[in-house]
Ligand binder design. Structure first.
Ligand code: FAD
Ligand code: NAP
Length: 339
């Protein structure tokens, strides 16, 4: 039995808490449900939007079409050797619950990605990352249904073309596939990554000397809970913009005028500038504009104080982008998917 809802508010389905309506919403619990819905001729020509946890979406308009809400569940170890376990996860599993499953089992690789909201299936979309670790580091393969042919296709890491908050699914293959499962290679002998200063500081604070995956996860959770607004309390979609990557020459030019610029080298010889710092320097941190604004502790996070519309948030984002460009000559672009 497939659940179908009509003319429904998407407010409970996006962490920004934007109140827009969709003509219809269908809950997908099995791959077969998806095939049935996509093969339903009465729905031909009607646009379809895939939604997981709605934690990386800004709705600026109503959805004149159908939302396919991904709730395909299941976690299964399908292979193991001395070093690793290989786990296939239903794309509708909640990401953080999967991380907790991994941590409780002592498997390593995704503990730094604790408390990222959303679904497992959306993880590869932007190669989710935090505290020096990205999904691609533990990725094995994924399965996705081609929305036209309804065939299931496997994608390797190379096929996914993972980049910094990027993948093929945000670019060449945008809106062409529904990711149905993601498989991971998790380590039985974890090598912890505590390269981000905040993690080692937190471990010290909680008195841990030889950390386990569980300790690192706990540290990440503590840091995130202390810094980031909880979407259940204050609507937001995490970092609104990506950190811009600039050439060394452009970085030098910025640094000459702004010696305190916060930046980190990238693997390809460029520099990644901290977008939050750039926005803060333009005076946006904590600023309230109507029902929206930049968060008081984290300038990169735009928030909904209650009744903001998506267009209001988007307008603010455009103004922030413009002021950063005027001050630093650097372009910042949204990480959040704008609908
Ligand atoms: P949704 O918002 O539902 O969808 C996002 C996009 O993916 C949409 O375009 C949608 O159509 C598409 N999509 C979703 N599921 C599928 C699927 N199965 N197949 C094909 N397309 C699909 N992100 C990080 O990378 N690192 C962080 O540290 C981080 N921290 C965050 C903290 C907070 C408080 C919040 C609110 C967000 C944060 N995010 C972070 C952003 C967000 O949580 C991630 O991008 C997450 O992966 C989005 O998952 P979702 O299921 O909510 O995706
Ligand atoms: P932060 O620790 O205040 O650092 C600011 C920025 O500097 C981060 O964006 C991070 O880049 C970069 N950075 C810090 N230490 C670094 C290091 N040792 N090496 C390379 N880059 C470094 O950041 P924060 O905002 O509190 O976020 C902490 C982590 O959680 C970050 O990894 C961030 O990406 C992630 N996060 C993401 C979202 C989202 O919605 N995408 C929301 C909240 C937090 P990176 O972003 O490239 O790591």
């Amino acid at each position: 039995m497939i659940t179908r809802l009509e003319n429904i508010s998407l407010k409970p389905y996006n962490t920004f808490g934007i109140d827009v309506h969709a003509d219809g919403l269908i809950i997908i619990e099995h791959v077969d449900d998806l095939r049935t819905v996509l093969g339903d001729e009465s729905l031909n020509g009607i646009s379809k939007l895939i939604l997981g946890g709605g934690s990386n979406m800004l709705f600026t308009q109503a959805v004149h079409g159908i939302v396919l809400l991904n709730r395909i569940r299941g976690i299964e170890i399908f292979k193991e050797d001395d070093e690793n376990v290989f786990v296939k996860v239903g794309a509708g599993e909640v990401w953080h619950e999967f991380v907790m499953w991994s941590v409780e089992n002592g498997f390593g690789g995704i503990e730094n990605l604790s408390l990222i909201p959303g679904s497992v299936g959306a993880g590869p979309m932007q190669n989710i990352g935090a505290y020096g670790v990205e999904l691609k580091d533990s990725f094995y393969e994924l399965e996705a249904m081609n929305l036209s042919s309804l065939g299931i296709q496997k994608f390797s890491a190379a096929d996914c073309k993972f980049g910094y908050r990027e993948s093929v699914f945000k670019n060449e293959l945008k809106n062409q596939f529904f990711i149905t499962s993601v498989s991971f290679r998790l380590s039985k002998h974890p090598k912890l990554n505590v390269s981000y200063g905040a993690i080692s500081q937190e471990l010290e604070k909680i008195g841990v000397v030889n950390p386990s995956v569980k300790d690192v996860s706990r540290a990440v959770i503590n840091i995130r809970q202390s810094k980031l607004p909880d979407p259940k309390v204050l609507g937001n979609s995490g970092s609104f913009f990506k950190n811009p990557e600039v050439s060394m020459a452009q970085y030098d030019a910025v640094k000459q005028l702004h010696p305190n610029v916060v930046a980190y080298p990238t693997f390809n010889g460029n520099m990644k500038l901290a977008a939050g710092w750039l926005i803060e320097q333009c005076g946006w941190k904590g600023k309230v504009v109507g029902q929206t604004g930049s968060h008081k502790d984290q300038a990169l996070v735009l928030v909904n104080y209650g009744g903001a519309s998506g267009s209001e948030v988007y307008q603010l984002a455009l103004e922030i982008k413009k002021s950063v460009f005027e001050k630093f000559g650097v372009e910042i672009n949204p990480e959040v998917n704008i609908y």
